[in-house]
Design a protein around this ligand. Sequence first.
Ligand SMILES: [Zn+2]
Length: 169
Amino acid sequence: MLRKLILVALLQLAGASCPLSTYSYAGTRFSDAYGRQSSARVHPDFVKYMNDMNSHAQTCGVEIKVTSHFRKNPVTGNQWNAKRSCHMIGHAIDMNLSGKNGYCNSSCLKGYSSYSGSDSSINCFLKKIRYDHPVLHWGIDFNDPVHIDDRLCTNDAEYDRILATLSDC
Ligand SMILES: [Zn+2]
């Protein structure tokens, strides 16, 4: 019993010192692709980019189906997440899109690399992320079409600084 109480207290302490934001999907174009969660965990500095993605989704008429956000550990066997992943500092999401012609998963998104896909709403959204947004980056450039980040993980010093603040998350 005592051990359990101590464990609960420790977990509460850990939660209290984790600086990540909870980005609620309520009232946005975001939702969980698996229907399990109603929010994403992202770094506070990434919230403004979530808002930007939301307004692009609104403009283009797509829904963003989130499949991954903050990840504590690298994904084993996934070459894109071996180390220094933007997911591990809360500066990335993985997504599928639901456009006016229906659902678009990873292999479908790959077909939009030159914006010649059949769904104009999806062309519109991906173009805005890749070209119109000054910071956001669509992972198609490294063959990861579900991924969007802000390139912060390419800055080693910033990456290490942020990672060090997330040890309790
Ligand atoms: Zn990703």
